[in-house]
Design a binder for this molecule. Structure first.
Ligand code: ZN
Length: 451
């Protein structure tokens, strides 16, 4: 069996295509990274893990030294300014803290480090240069210190989303402003308000729009045209659509990225995640109770383009599965064999890959030695089996209660608090504490951990 070629679903063409790099000796991959304003949540974990796997696949096919993997950090943004004001801390303190949590989350989820992790605030001169270029070429216009991109000048606008301008406007994520010629026009530079971070520019003190940073950082590290751009489905419009418009107009190139991959949405217990609904799961929350490999397997169990509904049951099921698989863990492992690897080459068919691992495990249980080897190599390729069995099990229950019992009691307590039955709420808290579980209430959100 030989290695097949990689096929991926390209959002731009809306079909599965063979991945043929522009230059197989120098492959560029750009992933839109986090906006560092709040603890990363389970919705952020999905692109991290999915595109980490894409990176691992490209590395295996083309060689690690041939891939330049860039993931940016958005460290200037309205949300950051707002959050820093709420917390009454300096913006740089907030972005440093959240950036550190993000990196520790990446480690917890066993994601490999990108080659470059540029920060927006370290690339402001490049952004000013690209904006000047767009103004000179009349793709942008200046109004009251704001610079806007003129969408009408780019005929292919809407190609990635496969929508015409009318449909895009009714999509409602368009900022309304009297300063704009067209509702779809988007900001490249805007004046900063008092006490907001600002940089000198030819248009006065201000700060860049969000989209321009990715265009500039992608070009800086990967050139005007590169192979693969990735992100969550919610970034297609307006973020990625705008990146394409800016880059192609500024660079006078035919393409920006050749292939676009987008992962699907994440819901929690069937609902959109929101802090007010109390179903907001940060990656940090999970660290206390689950090994990161369980989270990783739980995310990869659903195909990356499908919606993923997150719940405690998925975690518990995958915890048991990994515990079973770990009984065949060996410290050394061979390369994954091509027949198994080929499954991933079909647009990252992780569900089929995991089903295959289950049948390999069954063969290993029946005493098949080569199956034991395959199990180790396949799981390692997925970014699992990265710790010894002892390390993996070190988070095993320190409490007599199982997870669903704990969750059940926490919910009963939340209900009691909602009904202002504080006596009952305190009783549940006390009972849990006696069983080794500590409850924490923060910003309308209740979390728990082992003592
Ligand atoms: Zn981006």
């Amino acid at each position: 069996m030989t290695m097949n070629s990689l096929k991926i679903f390209n959002t731009l063409s809306r079909q599965k295509e063979d991945f043929i790099p522009l230059n197989k000796n120098s492959i560029g991959m750009y992933v839109c990274g986090p906006t560092v304003y709040d603890d990363p949540h389970i919705g952020n974990a999905r692109p991290l893990i999915v595109f980490d796997l894409v990176y691992r696949i490209l590395t295996k096919i083309f060689g690690k030294d041939k891939i330049n993997y860039v993931r940016n950090v958005t460290d200037i943004d309205d949300k950051i300014i707002q959050r820093a004001n709420e917390l009454k801390i300096d913006i740089s303190e907030l972005t440093k803290n959240v950036g550190d949590i993000f990196l520790s989350d990446c480690k917890y989820l066993n994601c490999l480090s990108p080659n470059n992790q540029p920060k927006a605030t370290e690339n402001i001169p490049g952004m000013i240069k690209m904006i000047e270029n767009l103004l000179n070429k009349k793709f942008a216009y200046l109004k009251d210190g704001n610079v806007y991109f003129d969408v009408n000048k780019f005929p292919n606008y809407g190609k990635l989303s496969n929508k015409n301008p009318k449909e895009l406007i009714s999509g409602s994520r368009v900022e309304i402003s009297e300063l704009k010629n067209n509702p779809l026009d988007f900001v490249l530079w805007k004046p900063s308000k008092e006490k907001e971070p600002s940089w000198d520019s030819p248009w006065g003190k201000g700060r860049p729009g969000w989209h321009i940073e990715c265009s500039v950082m992608a070009e800086k590290y990967l050139g005007k045209e590169f192979d693969l751009h990735c992100g969550g489905l919610d970034l297609i419009f307006p973020h990625h659509e705008n990146e394409i418009a800016q880059s192609i107009c500024s660079n006078e190139s035919n393409i920006f990225a050749k292939y676009w991959m987008h992962n699907g949405y994440v819901t929690v217990d069937g609902k959109k995640m929101s802090k007010s609904d109390g179903n907001f799961i940060t990656i940090n929350n999970l660290k206390n109770n689950f090994n990161g490999q369980i989270v990783r397997l739980s995310i990869l169990g659903t195909h990356y383009r499908q919606p993923l509904d997150w719940n405690l049951k998925i975690l518990e099921t995958n915890k048991k599965i990994l515990e079973n698989w770990y009984s065949f863990y060996t410290p050394e492992s061979e390369e994954i064999n091509d027949e198994i690897f080929n499954i991933l080459l079909e647009d990252l068919n992780t569900p089929k890959f995991i089903t295959t691992i289950h049948s390999i495990y069954n063969k290993a249980k029946a005493g098949d030695d080569s199956a034991k080897k395959d199990l180790n190599s396949a799981l390692r390729f997925l970014g699992l089996f990265c710790e010894s069995e002892r390390q993996f099990n070190s988070l095993k229950q320190k409490s007599d209660l199982d997870l669903s019992e704990i969750e059940n009691l926490v919910q009963q307590r939340n209900l009691a608090r909602k009904n202002k039955d504080f006596k009952q709420a305190d009783k549940i808290r006390f009972d849990l504490e006696n069983k080794g579980i500590v409850i924490e209430d923060l910003n309308n959100n209740t979390t728990w951990k082992h003592k």
